[in-house]
Ligand binder design. Structure first.
Ligand code: LLP
Length: 431
């Protein structure tokens, strides 16, 4: 097996015939904890973070990990200890940040539908900024903050109307998306925000989409946002920070996104050229910090040869790995132990790799060349982002366990969910 069989995963490698995460043998973890099992590499997360930190060297910048990508406490703890802030989208996410040791002051609160309760919770905790997405939300936030005798720090999410050229479900910066305030309305909405007594205008933000593999949409969005910064400041409203959101893609299938430091070198050059280099910068990366830091280990349950297709039925499913079903997403699938090429049992065939869930959409990989037998363990790659955080209990399947690897140590960071866990909040009707 050549190293390029694990694209984008520098902390996962074969040693002999065994796949390792850092210095831990993945087959061993599957035996100890069962499957499906998510395994994350701490070094992979920290090296992804380091690329951003290099990019911002010498700048006043705050990296706020978009925790919707993976909100497990053990993962948040890694980023909190590394000094990150967090981009949250619910009161529940705020509670997780605080439970993991994150600082409220470094939290920004995004999302189109914040409730009054969530606003109160975030104000009481003292978060850094609310990224507001509509005029209606500005009014409610001002009322809620005034009632608490506070001024809520706000930034308005502007919609730069650029096409990030990604899957339509994960593109957010176009005119017809539900997100943000239209570019043409932004100045008026800023004037309104500045007039409300419960608010303090702190900055401006945008986020154009996810799994972006090209620098051009970022550069366009920056131009559009800086046009607004100039206009808003000319109207006498100071903006202390600019938040450029997240969205940088990862290598799932020979994708070639720019490296975070290279992208930011380009963006900072533009920022400087346009005279805004002195402003505090914020970003909200999610996938690019965790996506290629995680794999999902799964056991082959059955091989089902067919006339049209062969199926490889595994014990992970769309409830664990929802991205293929939702976005036709590609995740590489590799053996945890390389097959003995000389063994007659190990015949290569092409398979659709599917889970046990009762839906035709429950596939994890299509038409994959594999040399497998029932009982083998496979690793679904690039599973650190938007897998566990989007996992469900569909078909009353318990959510998987999670392990965080750090060098030669493996820490269990989530126990496997039991059926009792799943039924805990349910009630039978009595009488
Ligand atoms: N900031 C905001 C306001 C966002 O809406 C998002 C992602 C991020 C930051 C982080 O974006 P990232 O750096 O992770 O691309 N479930 C989909 C992705 C949905 C992204 C939603 N918003 C997937 O599995 O591809």
């Amino acid at each position: 097996m050549t190293p390029d069989m694990l694209p984008g995963h520098p902390h996962f490698s074969y040693r002999g015939d065994a796949l390792f995460a850092e210095d831990v043998r993945l087959g061993e973890l599957a035996r100890m904890h069962g499957t499906p099992l998510f395994v994350y590499s701490k070094a992979a997360m920290l090296s992804a973070l380091a690329a951003y930190q290099r990019g911002f060297d010498g700048r006043d910048a705050q990296i706020c990990y978009a925790m919707k990508a993976n909100s497990s406490l053990g993962v948040l703890q890694v980023f909190a200890r590394a000094g990150c802030g967090f981009d949250i989208v619910s009161g529940g996410e705020l509670a997780r940040v605080l439970a993991a040791g994150g600082e409220a002051q470094k939290v920004i609160f995004s999302g189109v539908g914040k409730t009054r309760d969530e606003m109160r919770q975030a104000l009481a905790a003292g978060i850094g900024c609310f990224n507001v997405e509509s005029e209606a939300e500005l009014n409610v936030l001002s009322d809620v903050a005034s009632a608490m005798q506070l001024r809520a720090p706000v930034s308005i999410r502007v919609n730069p109307d650029v096409d990030p050229k990604t899957h339509p479900y994960i593109s957010t910066g176009l005119k017809d998306n539900k997100f943000g305030v239209a570019h043409d309305d932004a100045l008026r909405v800023y004037r309104h925000a500045a007039s409300l007594e419960g608010l303090r205008v702190a900055g401006i933000d945008c986020h154009i989409g996810s799994q972006i593999t090209d620098a051009a949409p970022y550069l366009d969005a920056m131009d559009r946002v800086l046009d607004l910064v100039t206009a808003i400041e000319a109207a006498g409203i100071a903006l202390a920070h600019i938040d450029f959101g997240g969205g940088l893609g990862i290598d799932y299938n020979h994708d070639t996104p720019p490296a975070a430091d290279a992208l930011w070198r380009q963006l900072l050059a533009k920022l400087d050229a346009r005279g805004h280099g002195g402003k505090k910068l914020m970003i909200e990366p999610g996938r690019s910090l965790v996506g290629n830091a995680g794999v999902c280990l799964t056991e082959v349950l059955y091989l089902k040869p067919g006339g049209q297709k062969n199926f490889c039925i595994i014990d992970a499913a769309m409830n664990d790995l929802p991205r293929p079903a939702l976005y036709q997403a590609f995740h590489a699938i590799v053996p945890v132990t390389l097959p003995d090429q000389d063994a007659p049992a190990a015949v290569e065939a092409r398979y659709d790799v599917v889970g046990p869930v009762c839906e035709s959409g429950d596939w994890i990989g299509r038409d994959r060349a594999l040399r497998v037998a029932a009982g083998n363990c496979l690793a679904v790659m690039s599973a650190g982002a938007y897998c566990m955080s989007m996992a469900s209990n569909y078909n009353t399947r318990g959510r998987a366990a999670e392990v965080l690897v750090d060098g030669s140590q493996a820490h269990l960071i989530r126990r496997r969910e039991t059926v009792q866990d799943q039924m805990r909040q349910e009630l039978l009707v009595t009488g």
